[in-house]
Design a protein around this ligand. Structure first.
Ligand code: G6P
Length: 368
């Protein structure tokens, strides 16, 4: 077991460190020498794609959060309306599905019962079903019409890390491929975006090199009873994934809120010393996030912010700042999630928890 941890103390840390490779493999194994994407297990033609008027993305847990990022990517690049739902809810919501509907399911294991059931339901109603999964030949892969395999390698820790980043890469690539086939992106923008995705792996590496600094900041949260995570736009998605990660391995009661909703309730929960982690990577939303930071600070919150290098404004209001490299707004979730994974890991260890096997949780939930 020690050998399979690759010299790390826990699988989770090993898998956090596997991420540059997982990103690289998921992308590069699909690029030809002209830099064009080839998705061999996805057989959708331009005609098929033109006939799709609506997409659903359905998943559970962390995979659902990747789906939320997927919605941004597909709507922005491929110009199709997308709804994202939790598999266990989707099934019972009588979703409107016909032959113009595409369902994308996301599942690391490919064995989650609710996700599998959701895809069977959609298939029966005539939807085209695409699966994003990490396990070759898994149940969702076998059930789907089309498959995208994330090349993250086996993920052992219950808390998902590298599967999540690889799932986001999968969505960027699917969105780009669909956009190119549909003609909603120029060839120039297509290649430029691929280059930017390629650049993410070394940027993740750069963030990992700051792990000691991040560990120190994590210690400011280790004794908390509860914590709040805030963001806007795709940063809200990262906040949701980050909050899930902290709660599942530290057992600190953690909730994520859309920062704009603060005033409509959550701000009542902020007390002296409550840790509030704010993700501030979207340029157009920065000013609004800064006023949210001021609002929670005024109620006694202890604010940890994650923002792009060079952002001097956030440091003026936050207690701790974690700087990460910048990328396109749409790609920032791949970078901003990394420090939050490290924070969850360090807090869990500091509280004496079993980080790889948190209480009450399973790696794959095969009952409905
Ligand atoms: C469990 C795991 C999570 C995972 C979720 C969905 O709850 O603990 O880490 O995100 O299932 O699993 P899947 O294999 O479908 O991605």
């Amino acid at each position: 077991e020690a050998a399979s941890k690759g010299g790390f103390d826990h699988f989770m840390m090993k898998e956090i460190y596997d991420q540059p490779q997982a990103i690289h493999d998921t992308l590069m194994r699909r690029l030809d020498e002209d830099g064009m994407i080839h998705l061999d297990d996805i057989k959708l033609t331009k005609e098929d794609l033109d006939g799709i008027t609506k997409m659903y993305i359905v998943a559970c847990g962390t995979a659902y959060h990747a789906g939320l990022v997927g919605k941004y990517a597909i709507e922005k690049l491929a110009k199709v309306p997308v709804e994202v739902d939790i598999a266990s809810e989707f099934r019972y919501s009588d979703p409107f599905i016909d032959e113009h509907t595409m369902l994308i399911v996301v599942s690391q294991s490919g064995e989650t019962a609710d996700t599998l059931a959701a895809m069977k339901l959609a298939k029966a109603k005539g939807a085209r079903v695409l699966a994003i999964t990490n396990v070759v030949g898994s149940s969702v892969a076998r059930e789907a019409h089309d498959v995208f395999y994330t090349w993250a390698g086996p993920e052992i820790a219950v808390a998902s890390t590298k599967a999540y980043t690889a799932q986001m890469i999968a969505f960027y690539m699917i969105a780009l491929d669909f956009a190119y086939k549909k003609g909603t992106i120029t060839l120039e923008a297509y290649h430029e975006t691929i280059k930017k995705i390629e650049a993410l792996a070394p940027l993740v590496q750069e963030i990992l090199a700051d792990k000691d600094e991040i560990e120190k900041i994590a210690m400011d949260m280790k004794d908390a009873q509860n914590a709040f995570y805030l963001g806007r736009g795709v940063d809200y998605t990262t906040a949701r994934e980050a909050a899930l990660k902290l709660k599942e391995i530290s057992y600190i009661y953690t909730e994520a809120f859309a920062a704009g909703e603060l005033k409509h309730g959550p701000i009542a929960l902020i007390d002296q010393g409550t840790p509030v982690l704010c993700i501030v990577t979207q340029e157009a939303l920065e000013e609004k996030m800064i006023s949210n930071i001021k609002e929670v600070k005024a109620r006694g919150a202890f604010v940890i912010a994650i923002t792009r290098k060079g952002n001097t404004e956030v440091a003026k209001v936050a207690d701790d700042v974690i700087y990460i490299p910048g990328a396109d707004d749409l790609l920032m979730p791949v970078l901003s999630v990394i420090p939050t994974q490290l924070i969850s890991y360090y807090v869990s260890i500091a509280r004496g928890n079993d980080v790889d096997k948190p209480r009450n949780l399973a790696k794959s939930v095969t009952v409905e």
